[in-house]
Design a protein around this ligand. Structure first.
Ligand code: BGC
Length: 759
C-alpha cells in the first residue's frame, strides 16, 4: 500500500462546480474528462477532450481542443421528481478523487422535497491501462420506501466549446440490448471520432432508446424496493483518427469489439487493471514528504496525478496544453510552459516522455520555419501558441473593451520570441540528463541549429554590437523592448549550445561556426549593477515604480489592468511574472548566489505574480539562495493556484505549468536538484514544516532514490553516478549517506567537505 492522498470536494456548491470539475478531472494523457456531476447544472461546463484533436470553427477563430459529445450525464427521476442537489436536502456527502486508483467517487444521502431519502453513489475512472476507455457506475438506493426510478443517459452531441460546434453527427446507432454508437467528424472532415457505449442496469427494467437533436439516449424505468440498490454500469470507448486507412464501418466495428471486450471484464476488473498502471506511475515518480500537515503530500500527489493525466506519452504528435486535458482555457494551446515548467518532471522521472515532447517540436519544425520566413528571418521561429500542426495559433485579439468595442491585440505571437530559446534549452537539458546521442544526432542538432540560426538573423547590429530589439520577455506586462536580459542570455545560450554540440558530434559547418562565433562575442548581454541586479531591458530601470500592494494581494487576477491601460503598465516597473529571476533559475551556472539574491530582492516587490508561472520560480531561486522562509511561502502559494480557496480561478482548467512547479519546487527547490555545466547537483535544505523528503530520480542510465531529512542525505543508485553534493563532487555507487554536519556552507553558498571525511 502506497497510502496515497485523496482530493476532496468539501460540499456541493453551485459556485465552485467548475473549479472541482477541473481539479478533480480524470485523464490518461490520451483523454481527459472533467469531473462534472452526472446531473445537469446551468453553471456546470462538461468537457471531454482528446490530446491532439483540434479544429477551427470559423474564419475568425483559431484551432481549439474539441469538446466532445458528453457521456457522463445522467438524468435521474425519483418518483417523478428530477434529481438535483439544488432542491431537497443533502444529508451526507462525500466526494473524492482517489489518486491511488484514479477513481472519482461521490456518495450522498439526499432527501427529496417530498421527504423520501435516497442513497446515491457514483464512481468513474479513465483507464490508464486502455487509453480510449472510461467506465462509470451510478447506484440508487431508496432508503424509506420503494421508489419509481427512471434513468436517462447516452451520448450527447449538443456539447460545444462555448457555443462553437466542431463536430458533425455522421451516424448514430443502437447495437444489441445495451450498445450505443455515435460517429462524428470535425467539420473540416480531417478527423473522425467514434464513441461507443454500453449502458447496463443491474435489475430488469423497461428500457428503450432514442435519437433526437444530436442526443443518442438510453432510458430505463423500474421500481426499486426500499433498501435495494440498482446500479447503472456504463462503459465507453472513445476512439478517433485522422488517417482513414480503414473504412468508417470497419473502424466503427473495431471500436465496438474493443468495447465488448471491456464490457466482458466489467467495471471492477477494468478499474483494477487501471489501478495497476497507476501503481507503476506512483512507484516511479511519487514524491513523499513527512510534513506538519497532510496537505503538502496531497499537493505533491495532485501534481504527479495531473502531470500524468495531461501528458500524451503515447503520441509524439501532440504535446501538453496549458490547461492539460481539463478545460478549454487557452483553447487547449501549447506554450513554453511545456518545455520550461513540465519537461523537468518528465526528464527526471520518464525521460522517454521528455523525448516525445521534444519530438513534437521537431515534427512541427516546418511551421516554425515558415513563421520565421514570413517575418523575414532565417531558421525556426516556433509559434507562441501551437496546436496540432505547429502553425501559430495565438488569437489575434484578446479581451474586448465593451465600452469602446475595441479589441486588444495580442502581441505575444509577434514578439514573445524567447520560446525559441526555451525549446533549445530543453533539448540541451534532455541530452545532459540522458546522454541520448541518437536523439541529439537526429532531432536535437537540427532543433539547436535552426533555433540558433533564427537568433543570428534576429539580432541587429548597433554600433558594432549585436542587440535583440522589439521583444516581449516572460514578463508580459513589458512589451516591445530592446535587449530583454532573459531573451538575450537565452539566445546566447541557444547559439553557444548549437556550436558546442555541432563540434561534439563532428557536424561543424564552417559558415555556421563563423556566424555563431561572431554572435557569441558580439551579442550584448546586459550587465548587472554593483549590487548584482541585472536590468530587465534597456529602459526598465528608468521607468517609475509604484506601490503594488493592493494588486499583489490579488495576484493572478490581473486587477492592475482595471486601473491602468496596458500602455501605462508598460511604462512602469511592473512585472506580471518572473523574468530576470526566471533567467537566474534556468542558467544557474551564469549567476552566483549574490546576484540571484540581488535580483530577487529587486524584482520580487515589483512583481504582481499575475501569472501562475511566477511564484514557484521565485520560490526555487529563493531556496537556492538559502532563503527557506521565502521559498516555503512561494511553494505553498504555488500549490494554492489550483488547490486554494478561489472558487473560479481554475474554472477553465487546471494550471498545468503550476502543477509542474509544485514538483519542481520540492525537487529543484528544497532538494536543490540542478543541472550545472551538464552535471547533476544536489544541495538539499528542507523547510521547517518538512521532516523528510523522498523521491526517485533518473539520471542517465541510473535510477536513484533520494531521501533527505534534517540531518542527512541518502542516495541509493542502481549504477555508479557522479553527483555534486552541497558543492562537493563525488562518484557514488550503491547506497551512501551524507551527514549535513560534515558539510559547511561557505559565504557564496558552495560547500566544502571537512578534512578527513570519507562517506
Ligand atoms: C503567461 C505565459 C504563459 C501562458 C499560458 C500567460 O498568462 O504570461 O507565460 O505561457 O499564460 O500558461
Amino acid at each position: 500500500m502506497l497510502n496515497l492522498s485523496v482530493l476532496t470536494d468539501p460540499g456541493f456548491n453551485p459556485h465552485s462546480l467548475n473549479k472541482y470539475a477541473s481539479i478533480m478531472a480524470c485523464g490518461n494523457g490520451y483523454m481527459g474528462i472533467r469531473a462534472t456531476h452526472e446531473e445537469d447544472y446551468t453553471q456546470q461546463t462538461r468537457g471531454m477532450y482528446l490530446a491532439g484533436l483540434y479544429h477551427r470553427a470559423g474564419r475568425n477563430e483559431t484551432n481549439e481542443l474539441v469538446n466532445l459529445p458528453d457521456v457522463t450525464g445522467i438524468e435521474l427521476q425519483l418518483d417523478g421528481e428530477t434529481f438535483t442537489l439544488l432542491t431537497g436536502e443533502t444529508l451526507s456527502w462525500q466526494r473524492e478523487l482517489a489518486f491511488e486508483n484514479g477513481e472519482l467517487r461521490r456518495s450522498a444521502i439526499w432527501r427529496s422535497p417530498k421527504g423520501a431519502r435516497f442513497r446515491l453513489d457514483s464512481r468513474r475512472f479513465v483507464s490508464l491501462a486502455q487509453l480510449p476507455l472510461m467506465a462509470m457506475q451510478y447506484s440508487i438506493t431508496p432508503l424509506d420506501d420503494q421508489a419509481q426510478v427512471s434513468l436517462k443517459t447516452g451520448i450527447d452531441a449538443t456539447q460545444t466549446n462555448s457555443g462553437r460546434q466542431h463536430l458533425d453527427e455522421i451516424s448514430v446507432r443502437v447495437i444489441g440490448e445495451t450498445g450505443l454508437q455515435g460517429i462524428y467528424e470535425t467539420q473540416d472532415r480531417a478527423s473522425e471520432v467514434v464513441i461507443s457505449a454500453s449502458c447496463r442496469l443491474s435489475a430488469p427494467a423497461e428500457s428503450c432508446f432514442s435519437a433526437k437533436n444530436r442526443r443518442l439516449g438510453c432510458h430505463h424505468a423500474l421500481t426499486v424496493q426500499q433498501g435495494e440498490t440498482v446500479t447503472l454500469e456504463k462503459i465507453v470507448w472513445v476512439a478517433w483518427r485522422s488517417e482513414k486507412a480503414l473504412s468508417q464501418e470497419t473502424f466503427a466495428g473495431h471500436c465496438m469489439k474493443q468495447l465488448d471486450g471491456c464490457v466482458q471484464q466489467g467495471y471492477d476488473a477494468l478499474l483494477a487493471e487501471s489501478a495497476r498502471a497507476w501503481q507503476t506511475v506512483w512507484l516511479n515518480s511519487r514524491v513523499t514528504v513527512k510534513a506538519d500537515t497532510p496537505y503538502d503530500q496531497m499537493a505533491l500527489d495532485y501534481a504527479v496525478w495531473h502531470l500524468t493525466a495531461m501528458t500524451p506519452a503515447h503520441d509524439e504528435r501532440c504535446s501538453i496544453a496549458a490547461k492539460g486535458l481539463t478545460g478549454e482555457g487557452y483553447k487547449g494551446h501549447i506554450f513554453w510552459d511545456t518545455e520550461i515548467f513540465l519537461l523537468p518532471f518528465h526528464l527526471f522521472t520518464r525521460p522517454a516522455t521528455a523525448r516525445n515532447l521534444l519530438r513534437y517540436r521537431w515534427l512541427n519544425l516546418s511551421g516554425a520555419r515558415e513563421k520565421a520566413r514570413r517575418n523575414g528571418w532565417p531558421g525556426a521561429l516556433f509559434p507562441w501558441e501551437s496546436a496540432a500542426s505547429g502553425q501559430e495559433e495565438t488569437p489575434e485579439f484578446a479581451a474586448i473593451n465593451i465600452r469602446t468595442g475595441v479589441r486588444q491585440k495580442v502581441a505575444s505571437a509577434l514578439a514573445e520570441h524567447h520560446i525559441v530559446a526555451d525549446i533549445a534549452w530543453a533539448v540541451v537539458a534532455y541530452w545532459q540528463a540522458t546522454h541520448d546521442d541518437a536523439f541529439m544526432r537526429h532531432e536535437g542538432l537540427t532543433l539547436l541549429m535552426e533555433t540558433a540560426t533564427f537568433w543570428m538573423g534576429r539580432a541587429v547590429e548597433v554600433n558594432g554590437r549585436l542587440e535583440i530589439h522589439d521583444v516581449i520577455g516572460p514578463d508580459e506586462y513589458t512589451e516591445h523592448v530592446n535587449n530583454n536580459a532573459y531573451t538575450n542570455y537565452m539566445a546566447w545560450y541557444n547559439v553557444a549550445s548549437a556550436l558546442t554540440f555541432m563540434r561534439q558530434f563532428g557536424c561543424e559547418e564552417s559558415r555556421f561556426s563563423e556566424s555563431a562565433a561572431r554572435f557569441l562575442t558580439q551579442l550584448w548581454l546586459p550587465k548587472a549593477n554593483d549590487e548584482g541586479v541585472l536590468p530587465q531591458d534597456d529602459t526598465f530601470m528608468s521607468k517609475p515604480a509604484i506601490d503594488l500592494t493592493s494588486y499583489r494581494a490579488q495576484a493572478g487576477k490581473q486587477t492592475i489592468l482595471l486601473d491602468y491601460s496596458r500602455a501605462e503598465v508598460n511604462e512602469m516597473q511592473i512585472l506580471k511574472q518572473a523574468d530576470v529571476v526566471m533567467l537566474n533559475y534556468l542558467l544557474p551556472e551564469k549567476f552566483d548566489r549574490r546576484e540571484c539574491a540581488a535580483n530577487l530582492a529587486f524584482y520580487e516587490p515589483r512583481t504582481i505574480h499575475d501569472s501562475s508561472l511566477s511564484k514557484a520560480i521565485h520560490g526555487i531561486v529563493a531556496a537556492r539562495c538559502g532563503d527557506l522562509a521565502m521559498a516555503w511561502r512561494y511553494w505553498r502559494d504555488g500549490t494554492a493556484i489550483d488547490l486554494g480557496d478561489d472558487p473560479h480561478s481554475s474554472d477553465e482548467g487546471i494550471h498545468a505549468a503550476a502543477t509542474g512547479a509544485i514538483w519542481s519546487g520540492a525537487i529543484q527547490g528544497f532538494a536543490g536538484v540542478q543541472i550545472v555545466e551538464g552535471e547533476l547537483h544536489l544541495s538539499p535544505a528542507l523547510p521547517q514544516a518538512w521532516q523528510q523528503l523522498h523521491f526517485p530520480l533518473k539520471w542517465r542510465n541510473a535510477s536513484l532514490e533520494i531521501t533527505v531529512d534534517s540531518e542527512a542525505l541518502t542516495i541509493v543508485t542502481t549504477e555508479p553516478v557522479q553527483v555534486t553534493v552541497w558543492g562537493v563532487t563525488l562518484t557514488l555507487a550503491g547506497q551512501q549517506t551524507f551527514l549535513c554536519k560534515d558539510f559547511h556552507l561557505s559565504v557564496n553558498g558552495t560547500a566544502t567537505r571537512k578534512e578527513g571525511d570519507d562517506a
